[in-house]
Design a protein around this ligand. Sequence first.
Ligand SMILES: C[S@@+](CC[C@H](N)C(=O)[O-])C[C@H]1O[C@@H](n2cnc3c(N)ncnc32)[C@H](O)[C@@H]1O
Length: 277
Amino acid sequence: MHGLLLQRCIPPALSPFFNLNLSNNIAKKQYAALGSRLECCAHYVRSGGVLLDVGTDHAMLPISLVLSGKINRAVASDINGGPVAAAERNVSRNGLSDKITVIKTDGLTGLEKFEPTDIVIAGMGGEMIISILSSKAAEWSKREGIRFILQPMTRQSLLRRFLAEDGYLTEYNSLAEDTGGRIYEIIVCRFTGEPYTISETEAIGGSINRDSPDELFIKHLAGKIKQLRRQAEGILKSSDNEIRRTELSAIMYTVEGLEELKKLINAEKGKSNAELL
Ligand SMILES: C[S@@+](CC[C@H](N)C(=O)[O-])C[C@H]1O[C@@H](n2cnc3c(N)ncnc32)[C@H](O)[C@@H]1O
């Protein structure tokens, strides 16, 4: 069911975002455009949808999407007073107070009345995203039709395991690279209530329904392999007890899986290049 989707997805340039009217010059400079990470999240928000941006901070994403005309209505929520005040200021300065509602709340608490179609949770750790999705206050969001666009900064494989075990079907696994070469992972999914299992290779590699250019995916896999090899070296140095040995063989098994995946993508890339000649 979850084969590799070898299509290319590069988020379009969202030029209207340059019109953002933000609160001060520093913010203007920093936020003149969304940047590849949030642009990629924006790409997966469906046209005409109602966006809920959880942990919105300065409300960059909803403001940008409404200004671009892709959506007409959004809710920007955050747990902290500072971000909520900044979001309110930015929404008002852009003349969007009638289209974007700013709310102070924890995770998905009390947000069902806005009937969002697309929920973005970006820029947080994977464990925090899991805690938001698994909280009782999130029950209302377990509805088919709602698209989740998740962008974990850490513990991405843990989040993928949680999504599989809790019955969220991954529609796209995407990647975004910033100008400094850092790669961010974006997971687009919807709740079906049907749990499934994924391998450690799939959880770490994000290979199910992959939606990123081959070159970027290969770079991402190479980074993960390097990380795992470093972890394995650490284990080798620190101890040789049985538990450590089991951990080590599990890591090396995953490394092999990721290497296989890399080879497969390279081979398919070679094949399609040959077809072009
Ligand atoms: C690093 S910022 C990310 C901002 C923006 N989403 C992005 O991706 O650039 C994380 C934001 O999440 C908010 N946050 C953390 N935990 C939260 C929770 N449980 N519910 C809502 N917001 C939360 C923080 O206050 C902060 O503004």
